[in-house]
Each structure stands twice: as structure tokens, then as C-alpha cells.
Ligand binder design. Structure first.
Ligand SMILES: Nc1ncnc2c1ncn2[C@@H]1O[C@H](COP(=O)(O)OP(=O)(O)OP(=O)(O)O)[C@@H](O)[C@H]1O
Ligand SMILES: [Mg+2]
Length: 470
């Protein structure tokens, strides 16, 4: 069914025969369209350049500039105007050619009035569906959660909103957060929600690369710039041209490179190492650090002017212990992920296990949680994770806290027999686990979070088993 808006729109009618122009104009004006006419191809092209139309209905055979040429011109205009060609009987081939040039449809002359009405409605309906589709896509981008960033706590919802707001702005972003809070994840989300999404995102970990190498890594070098520079090499900034560079651990950057970076921020220019030739780039800069940069500025370790340039839009990612509401969602997310990637069938963490997780301070934040779930998936494979499966740091049963038979409170001057004490300690733990598991080795191994084979191996070594393994 044609919606109301498909009966409106601007139509350009192109035909060298005035009778045809007249008939078409009359029908379509009566239908509610706004009609403009052109007597030949040249006039049509001029009108297309001056104004925008929703549809062009053009005759194919016209002196000088024909309908095909009009269509060709239309296709260069980057507009959503649809072309319909009107052709005489016997020239179906040219109609097919017109379709190849992007015409929406064709109609053969002489045409019935209804035929032309239906075709025009069809074209307008197609256009309105296309527009609707585009709007939906835009809306989806605006309202959908930033992919992969799990969290429904108020602070994460705010962060999510902020990411989408700043993504398109092209401004410099400083992402702050403890280790493992998701700084890189956020940097990626910003890039992929920005207009630069189809251009490269180049990450550089400034903390992991020694200073002299970092300069050439970032800005490139020319052949002979230093020993080992056997050829010209472009740097990450040039690789990121048109896109985004993500400078991770920016707080670790040396004073010399801080100066060079400041200039890129101010002028988008730099010189590769050993070169006098200035390179200009168009790069969005996102930086991240888990350090307190303000303190580094106060202590003279980080340039104040650079800090202000980088800190245009700061994004704070809260530590996991401050958003424990997100714990169940994150656990669920990682269980699904590792079940899939490792072919496991973990179901959940028991309520008691979740309580222990919530009581833990998570110094390594989401990464630490991710590692825990991965470890549980590898060790347990399926079903529910209970407190017994959790590592000691959650249960409070850290080795240091366990009473160890014969272990001295302090190391005496004469030293200790390390191997014997560790041996005794292991023996004690294995015995306790076996007691609790009623002697079932599988169960005891699970309680100790070790493989059954490891348990059996250890028991053999300690003489707890016969050589037949039982
Ligand atoms: N909100 C989240 N939802 C899902 N996964 C997350 C979330 N936050 C972090 N992660 C995951 O945790 C891991 C660590 O994240 P990321 O590398 O982005 O942290 P980071 O802050 O850059 O850490 P570092 O300071 O150590 O470099 C990644 O595997 C990431 O996918
Ligand atoms: Mg990181």
C-alpha cells in the first residue's frame, strides 16, 4: 500500500515531444506530484544540476544528448534521485542498457495512465523504504549499547553514553582507569563508532617499547638514521593517517617524545627520525594511562602543556570493585565466551561462590575476572563452579594463612629445609582433600583445582599410592 508520502515528491519529465510531456505532467500533477519539464537532454542536465528531484522520467531517443546520457549524468550526482526511462516498442535493448546504468525501471510507449501511476508510486515507495532503512540504522547506532562492553551499573551506562557522544567529535580523548578496567576496549569502541571507523585504528603501547625505538616506531625513520636503519620505514602515525592512533600507557612516554607528540597535537606534523622533511597527517589521538597524570605533572614527570592537550575529554573507567552490580553480567558474559571458544559447558558460579567474588577487591579488574573464568572453564569443563573450585585468594585459604605443620613463624638463622616443608604441606593438603572427597581422587583433584593426573603423580611420589596407581 502506498503511504501518503509516496504521493508527494518532485519529478522531472524529459521528452522532446510536447504531447508526451503534457500528458505525463497532467497525470502526475493530478496525483499530487510537483512536476518540472525539460525538452531535451541538455535542459534536463541543467535542471538536475540546479535542483534536486525525487524522480526523473526520461525519454531515451532525443536529439544531441539522449536519455542514456541524462542517466549517466544522474549517476555522477550522488543523489537518491531515481530514473525511469520511457522507450518506444522495439527498443527493449536500450531499456536493459538503461537499467544497467542504474535506472529504477522502464516503461514502453505508448503507456496506459494507470501503468505510469503505478510505476511512479512504486519508485516513491522504494525510496521511502530506503530512507526508513537508513534512519533505522542511524537510530540503532545511536541507541544500541556499545558492543562488547558489558555493564549495566550506573557508571557504566554513563560511560557508554559518553562514548557515543564523543565518538564523532574527533577530539582528543584521555582514558583513565586502573589496569584491566577496559581502557583498550573503550578506545576501540570510540574508533568504531566514529566517522573514521573504516580507516585504520593503530594501537601503540608506549610503556612496552624502549624510548629510542618508540620514536622511530611512532614517527618512522629514514635509511641510515641510526645503526640498523637499513631502509626507510614509516611510523604508526602515518599508518593511522585518516584514522585513529591509540597511545596506551602515555604516562610512560619520555620527555623528548612528549615534546614531539605535543607538536603533532598542535600542528599534525612531525619529522621522521633522521629526516628534515615534515610529514603532515590527519590522525585522531586517543590516549590511556593507569597512572595519576596530574600527580606526574605536579612531580615534573609529565609536561603540563601536553597534559592539557590530551585531557580535552577525560573518560574515567571505574574499578570493578566499585561496580559489583556488573559482576553477574560479566561472569555470564565470560562463561558464554569460554564455553564457546573452549568447547565447555559451564553453567554458573554458585551463589556462595558469587558471594566470595563480590568480597574480593579485584586489583586486576575485569581482566582478572576474565582470567578466572577462563581458568575455571579449562579446569572444570562443565556444570556449576562452587567455592571449592575457586583459587585460594577467594576462599581466604591462602597457603600463608593455613597452619602448616612444622613451619616456623620466621625463617631461623640456620635456614630451613624448604623441600621437606613444602612436601609436608602438599601432603597435608592432599590428605585433607581426600578426606573431604571420601577418597575419590577425581573429587579431591577438583577440590585442589589440579588435574587428577597431577594429583595421582604427587601421591605416587609421596608414596601415598602403590606403583599400580591405586
Ligand atoms: N566492560 C567490559 N566488558 C567486557 N569485557 C571487558 C570489559 N572491560 C574489560 N574487558 C576485558 O578485559 C580485558 C582487559 O581489558 P583492556 O585490555 O581493555 O584493559 P586495560 O584497561 O587496557 O588494561 P591495562 O591497563 O592492563 O592495559 C580484555 O580482554 C577486555 O576484553
Ligand atoms: Mg591496555
Amino acid at each position: 500500500m502506498a503511504s501518503a508520502e509516496t504521493k508527494t515528491g518532485k519529478i522531472l519529465i524529459v521528452d522532446d515531444e510536447w504531447t508526451i510531456r503534457d500528458v505525463l505532467a497532467t497525470i502526475l500533477t493530478t496525483e499530487g506530484y510537483q512536476v518540472t519539464m525539460a525538452e531535451d537532454g541538455a535542459e534536463a542536465i541543467k535542471k538536475l544540476d540546479e535542483d534536486t528531484f525525487d524522480l526523473v522520467i526520461t525519454d531515451l531517443k532525443m536529439p544531441n544528448i539522449d536519455g542514456m546520457e541524462v542517466l549517466r549524468h544522474l549517476s555522477t550526482l550522488n543523489v537518491s534521485t531515481l530514473g525511469i526511462v520511457a522507450t518506444g516498442y522495439g527498443s527493449i535493448e536500450s531499456a536493459v542498457e538503461a537499467l544497467r546504468l542504474g535506472a529504477f525501471d522502464y516503461i514502453t510507449k505508448p503507456f496506459h495512465l494507470d501503468e505510469i501511476k503505478i510505476l511512479v508510486h512504486k519508485a516513491r515507495e522504494f525510496q521511502s523504504l530506503q530512507a526508513e532503512n537508513q534512519n533505522l540504522k542511524r537510530e540503532l547506532k545511536r541507541t544500541s549499547r556499545v558492543e562488547n562492553i558489558v555493564g549495566q551499573s550506573p557508571s557504566m551506562l554513563k560511560l557508554d553514553q559518553l562514548i557515543r557522544t564523543v565518538a564523532d567529535s574527533d577530539s582528543t580523548i584521555l582514558i583513565l582507569g586502573e589496569s584491566g578496567t577496559g581502557k583498550e576496549l573503550v578506545a576501540r569502541a570510540i574508533h568504531y563508532h566514529s566517522d573514521r571507523a573504516n580507516q585504520p585504528l593503530i594501537p601503540v603501547n608506549c610503556g612496552a617499547i624502549p624510548e629510542d625505538l618508540l620514536e622511530s616506531e611512532l614517527f618512522g625513520h629514514i635509511k641510515g638514521a641510526f645503526t640498523g636503519a637499513t631502509m626507510n620505514r614509516i611510523g604508526r602515525f602515518q599508518m593511522a593517517d585518516g584514522g585513529t592512533i591509540f597511545l596506551d600507557e602515555i604516562g610512560d612516554m619520555s620527555p623528548k617524545l612528549q615534546v614531539k607528540l605535543l607538536r603533532v597535537l598542535q600542528e599534525q606534523t612531525f619529522e621522521p627520525v633522521g629526516s628534515t622533511q615534515t610529514v603532515k597527517v590527519n590522525v585522531r589521538i586517543i590516549t590511556a594511562t593507569n597512572r595519576n597524570l596530574e600527580k606526574d605533572v605536579a612531580d615534573g614527570r609529565f609536561r603540563e602543556d601536553l597534559f592539557y592537550r590530551l585531557n580535552v575529554i577525560p573518560l574515567h573507567i571505574p574499578p570493578l570493585r566499585d561496580r559489583l552490580d556488573d559482576l553477574p553480567l560479566l561472569v555470564d558474559h565470560f562463561i558464554k565466551r569460554f564455553n564457546k571458544s573452549k568447547g565447555r559447558r559451564l553453567t554458573r558460579f554458585s551463589d556462595e561462590a558469587m558471594r566470595l567474588l563480590a568480597a574480593y577487591p579485584w586489583p586486576g579488574n575485569v581482566r582478572e575476572l576474565e582470567n578466572l573464568v577462563e581458568r575455571m572453564a579449562i579446569l572444570n569443563g562443565e556444570g556449576e563452579i562452587g567455592t571449592a573450585q575457586l583459587p585460594e585468594k577467594f576462599t581466604g585459604l591462602s597457603p600463608a594463612a593455613l597452619p602448616v605443620a612444622g613451619a616456623p613463624a620466621e625463617i631461623p638463622d640456620e635456614g630451613i629445609d624448604f623441600n621437606r616443608l613444602v612436601d609436608d604441606f602438599e601432603m597435608g593438603l592432599i590428605t585433607k582433600a581426600l578426606e573431604k572427597a571420601n577418597g575419590i581422587k577425581n573429587k579431591a583433584a577438583a577440590l585442589l583445582n589440579i588435574k587428577r593426573t597431577t594429583l595421582v603423580e604427587k601421591m605416587k611420589k609421596k608414596g601415598m599410592l602403590g606403583n599400580d596407581g591405586e
